[in-house]
Design a protein. Sequence first.
Length: 248
Amino acid sequence: MPSELPQPSIVLVRPQMGENIGGAARAMWNFGLDRMRIVEPRDGWPNPRAVAMASGAGRLLDEAGLYGSVAEALDDCSFVFATTARGRGLTKPVYSPEKAMELARQKISAGEKVAIMFGPERAGLENEDVARANAIITVPVNPEFFSLNLAQCVLLTAYEWRRQSVEIEHERVELVKTDWASAIEVEKLAEHYEDRLGEAGFFFPPEKAESMKVNLRNLWSRMRMTRADVQMFHGIMRQMVRWKNRQD
């Protein structure tokens, strides 16, 4: 059975290729959507090519609703989006996928049923289909090539839904068997390098020595290092000193 997570229904209107239906199912499940409605598929239903393309999302195809018209597919929905890249000569609000899914989340949270219509691959939704929608979703594609594959369009919308409905971790660093270096560990590293570089005569001429040390300290602070990094830099310097002593 479909999950109980509140979500919009994805309505594929007169899809032509089973592969694209399967690809749409896969895109939906990638982002946690599993309520698919199919209206008048060209090649009938079920479709073995859709199953093959869906990969691990075949359950969505098994549970998809099959409808004989757009009106039937939208019968229980209180707000409907139509996806289209072309002007339709119809007065309707037009949203980006991001803003559309923000609105969808608000309406679904308020108890409404929301549907998103996607048209057939050849030419998209007909004006008669779009006229049934409350709003339009348009992806900001290249105006010289605005044709999107059906599954791609579903994926873009499903991704934006996911962004609106879960907490997204926008950036992270995976620490593998180490932790971030503490300030004292970085300080000790800086002292180690200053002492050894001083012995090697690196800070020359004398009147520039202090500014050179400041620049070196600034270098360490710009590099957010792990404890493993600090240990490696200590090891590099110790080995260089050992090598120098052997040469002498």
